[in-house]
Design a protein around this ligand. Structure first.
Ligand code: ADP
Ligand code: MG
Length: 445
């Protein structure tokens, strides 16, 4: 395989495993300079980004390169600027640029995330009331509206519902919806390409800005600074800002005081985990969206056997698919057979000692027990540890506190955060899905 082909394949694998924004702004800019003696030299069309890419994606890139080259390579990232003419794709890339900006500018709301499709119950009625108030009177009632809560409780859905509502009323409203991570990447990109004016134009002249998972900017002070100015510019002209987070502002570590007080100057609302009725209602809505009517009794049967909403959607999809591909009626038999498989696949919690899980995770990531249990804050250890928290909590049912104690007295909020993080990643990131599956297979056979 020649270098060009190799790199094309590596890039297409990377594209599957990272967010679109990361891929576009960072990874798609890389080129393979040489591959010699197991040393892979990588450059970037935007040399200023090279350190960031190395820091964040070394392991991922190496793993993919190794899988194609069947070797144990070492990656060298070079800031050597990319010589013109060396890449045949040159003009293509410049041609592509305006199109890319257009795509990023478009609003990007999930068409299903509307108020009509949102079921209300005690755990989310406050948040729902606030969101509808903001939708009816953007910029004047609560600014920002700050929604927080665990994974899958409907934060993103509710936030985007406001966007849909406002756009329906006036399609010229200037709305932008992005994640905290995308916002961050765009700032980095703007700084490195000296296009901060464009960035400001894009973000500071909005009627409504929706940022999902704002906790991502924790500890990134330069980004917080830019966000602070963006916030003020929008709020000054009565634009509305809505933010979601996995925890309340005061629990976001390393958040600048002035930002925290800005957040607290708006309305902060917590969305709790859904109860049984709400989960059933959500299931019925999801089924209806797929054009399937499920009798309430069947919906209840499903809900009482599956706990979290994302899993619930997965099970529903499976039931519908089995019914359609096998041409059998969607009835209690089918539901029971699918649930039976799902439940059988679910591990026997508590039957496995936590120590076994610690060993399995360490072995999977080639780490020593002392590394994974230790307290050294090393970048390469962070993810394996979070996966370990997740396995202990979600697969073995070990309480948060106990996990903290098992692992050398770690704070339980660190554990809680790690579990949430992996839960979140599991719905989007194939590498994590693979890792968790691999570890579970090792553990549960
Ligand atoms: P979060 O952002 O809090 O992690 P999401 O908004 O992504 O959660 O919701 C996860 C899934 O559950 C989505 O498909 C969403 O439509 C659905 N969902 C959550 N809460 C509700 C609700 N109250 N009514 C309808 N669907 C809901
Ligand atoms: Mg979300």
């Amino acid at each position: 395989m020649d270098n060009e082909t190799l790199w094309r394949m590596v890039l297409s694998d990377l594209e599957q495993q990272v967010s679109k924004a990361v891929f576009q702004t960072l990874l798609s800019q890389t080129t393979l300079v040489s591959f010699d003696n197991q040393i892979v030299t990588i450059a970037c069309r935007k040399p200023l980004l090279i350190n960031l890419i190395e820091k964040r994606y070394y392991d991922l890139i190496k793993k993919i390169v190794d899988s194609y080259t069947k070797s144990d390579t070492r990656l060298v990232f070079t800031a050597k600027s990319f010589p013109h003419g060396e890449h045949a794709a040159g003009p293509l890339f410049t041609l592509k640029l305006p199109e890319r900006i257009e795509v990023q500018r478009s609003v990007r709301l999930n068409p299903d995330y509307t108020f009509e499709n949102f079921a209300v119950s005690s755990s989310n009625q406050m948040a729902y009331a606030a969101a509808t108030a903001v939708a009816n009177n953007p910029g004047s009632s609560y600014n920002p509206l700050f929604l927080y809560g665990g994974v899958g409780v409907g934060k993103t859905h509710l936030m985007q519902a406001v966007g849909h509502f406002v756009l329906n009323k006036n399609k010229n409203t200037r709305i932008l919806s992005c994640t905290g991570e995308e916002f961050t990447n765009e700032i980095i990109e703007a700084i490195s390409t000296k296009t901060t004016t464009g960035f400001k134009k894009k973000y500071r002249h909005l009627d409504m800005l929706l940022i999902d998972d704002i906790q991502f900017i924790a500890g990134k002070y330069g980004i917080q600074e830019e966000f602070f100015h963006t916030f003020n510019a929008i709020a000054q002209v009565k634009g509305q800002i809505i933010l979601t987070s996995d925890r309340p502002p005061e629990e976001i570590n390393k958040l600048e005081a002035r930002l925290q007080s800005r957040f607290e100057g708006g309305l902060t609302i917590d969305i709790g985990p859904p109860d049984f009725e709400l989960k059933t209602a959500i299931l019925l809505i999801k089924a209806k969206q797929r054009g399937v009517n499920i009798p309430t009794e069947l919906a209840k049967l499903i809900t009482s056997n599956v706990d979290n909403i994302r899993k619930l959607e997965g099970v529903l999809l499976r039931i519908i698919t089995e019914s359609q591909t096998r041409g059998i009626p969607l009835d209690e038999n089918l539901v029971r057979s699918v649930l039976g498989k799902v439940i059988k696949e679910a591990p026997k919690k508590n039957s496995i000692a936590p120590e076994k899980a610690i060993q399995a995770v360490a072995a999977y990531y080639n780490l020593k027990l002392s590394q994974i249990k230790g307290t050294r804050r090393d970048r390469v250890l962070a993810l394996p540890r979070q996966v370990l928290y997740y396995i202990l909590r979600s697969e073995l049912g070990v309480p948060f506190m106990e996990i903290g104690e098992l692992l050398g007295g770690r704070d339980h909020t660190t554990v809680l955060y790690g579990v949430r993080k992996i839960n979140e990643l599991l719905s989007t990131n194939e590498k994590i899905q693979q890792d968790v599956l691999g570890i579970k297979t090792k553990l549960f056979g």
